[in-house]
Design a protein around this ligand. Structure first.
Ligand code: BYC
Ligand code: FE
Ligand code: FE
Length: 474
């Protein structure tokens, strides 16, 4: 299904035939553009960036590549094609027809889910806005901007749903999505991770690996929704998401490869020596990983959640890849959790499956995260070193759920607060680690050049060479 690019707002929802909606969105558009100019990528708005733009919603071949100035990017409204046979895939109404309109009783809940999803998209653009100048290469700068414009489009996707299906409340929510800002003391973004600053590229790679991957799993859950327009919007967003996680995965891989090269050259693994040579020692990579992974775990919500149970019962939000489960009703099953016992240990607890849906999704997420770690470790092993990266326990440094505020070590063993405080500098980036990483952040904007702390990628974008002029500055 192709997209109409003639309209002011590119779309495949036949926007032209709904004048009221079209006018509402055309009113929101300049507000979005103002926001983009103010809080989108700092500077570079007049640079020509080699970007892909969605021109159809087919899983294969939807992308068109070319030089675009970011403010001219064709943000639009693209839903995956409608399957007229689609049925509700889980919950109490399993097997019934999906909804093209929102049942009144679920209006408030769906609005909150859509707003929460929508809020993360511009938040990430705000978090990443200072990274352009310190990009390690033009290739990386281009990837950053690609992620940024697509997160902008994901905001459009949610704003469309708000305008099209929620009337005046939806319009107000759409305005507020541009009023809350990442890290703002008065009007912060809704979820914790999206208020964490991203000042350096190691954090950016960790964020796109771990936090964009929360996006993948949340979008998969929403792609199961009985509210068909939400499901179709999220399905198409997922095709764009793959590149964001690729940027994180290959970014960390390249950092590790460069570090290994330096270790080989120097004949030592000593972190101080590695730093002296301008690379990022592996223990520091582990600390950044611990920070962003633990923060992203909180995004799945509490282990025991009556919200999650009712989303599932009512068919609003399913499990990622719901079709791989046998029982889509999930009323007769139990789920076993390990929770703190209040005495410095833990105990097991059985809860109804529906209340455990957040943790079910988190479990799938953790497995997916681990695949990258295994790949990075293979690179380290091949280079002949015994150091291994690892995901910390899901209990470590949690702020949401059963383990919120319970001090544990990275293996998940409960410890005292004093022990935790004494070790924190070994587990999470310290001020001096952050200062060291920042000291490496000098932009490399010369075509074909790469910063010294990161290896070049294996290949360029869209079959172009790595040293292609991915961003043309003026
Ligand atoms: N920080 O019952 P509970 C992405 C709130 S990322 C702050 O456990 P529930 C992207 C929670 O909202 C994907 N607050 O939660 C990535 C609830 O508040 P209310 C984003 C938190 O409802 C990178 C309360 O605690 N999409 O796309 O089962 C770049 C009780 O919690 C946090 C979505 O999240 C937190 N970490 O589940 C760009 C999908 N965690 O409602 C983009 C939509 C929980 O009582 N959201 N709380 O005031 C949801 O499905 C759910 O809201 C959650 C939480 C999964 C977030
Ligand atoms: Fe997104
Ligand atoms: Fe993303």
């Amino acid at each position: 299904m192709s997209i109409n690019y003639q309209d002011r707002i590119p779309n495949n929802v036949d926007l032209g035939s709904n004048r009221t909606l079209q006018r509402a969105l055309e009113h929101w558009q300049p507000e979005f553009l103002n926001w983009w100019q103010e809080l989108g990528p700092r500077d570079f708005q007049v640079a020509d960036v080699y970007l892909r733009t969605a021109t159809s919603v087919d899983a294969k071949g939807w992308a068109t590549y070319g030089y675009v100035r970011m403010p001219d990017y064709r943000w639009g409204i693209f839903l995956a094609g409608r399957d007229p046979e689609r049925r509700i895939g889980f919950g109490d109404s399993y097997g019934q027809e999906v909804w093209q309109q929102i049942p009144g009783e679920y209006r408030a809940t769906l609005r909150r889910l859509i707003v929460t999803q929508g809020d993360t998209e511009p938040a990430s653009v705000e978090q990443q806005r200072m990274l352009g100048h310190i990009a390690p290469s033009l290739y990386d700068m281009r990837n950053l901007f690609q992620v940024n414009v697509e997160e902008g489009r994901h905001l459009w996707a949610m704003v469309y749903l708000l305008h099209a299906y929620f009337g005046r409340d939806g319009r107000e929510e759409a305005e507020e999505l541009l009023e809350r800002h990442s890290g703002d003391a008065d009007k912060p973004r809704i979820l914790g991770t999206f208020n964490e600053p991203i000042r350096d590229w190691l954090s950016f790679f960790m964020f796109t690996y771990f936090t964009d991957r929360d996006g993948k799993f949340q979008l998969k859950s929403l792609a199961e929704s009985s509210f068909d327009p939400l499901a179709r919007t999220c399905s198409f967003m997922l095709t764009e998401e793959a590149h964001h996680m690729f940027v994180g995965d290959t970014g960390i891989n390249r950092v590790v490869r460069r570090t290994l090269e330096v270790m080989k050259e120097l004949g030592t693994e000593d972190p101080a020596a590695v730093r002296n040579a301008g690379a990022i020692d592996l223990p520091t990579v582990q600390k950044y990983l611990n920070f962003w992974f633990s923060s992203s775990l909180d995004l799945f919500g509490s282990e025991t959640s009556s919200n999650a149970a009712s989303y599932f019962a009512n068919g609003l939000k399913g499990r990622p890849d719901e079709s791989r489960y046998e029982d889509h009703i999930a009323t007769d099953q139990a789920y076993v959790l390990e929770v703190p016992d209040g005495n410095g240990g833990f105990k097991t607890e059985e809860i109804p499956m529906r209340n455990a849906m957040n943790d079910v999704t988190r479990g799938s997420y953790v497995k997916d995260c681990d695949m990258g770690v295994t790949r990075w470790n293979r690179v380290i092993e091949k280079a002949g070193y015994s150091f291994r990266l690892s995901l910390p326990s899901t209990r470590f440094r949690r702020n949401i759920g059963s383990w919120a505020g319970v001090p544990t070590d990275p293996t998940g063993k409960p410890i005292t607060q004093d022990e935790f405080n004494a070790q924190i500098g070994n587990w999470l980036p310290s001020d001096s680690d952050r200062a060291y990483i920042m000291s490496l952040m000098h932009g490399v904007h010369e075509q074909g050049k790469m910063a010294a702390w990161i290896a070049p990628p294996d290949r360029g974008i869209n079959n172009n060479p790595v040293d292609y002029e991915y961003v043309k500055m003026h």
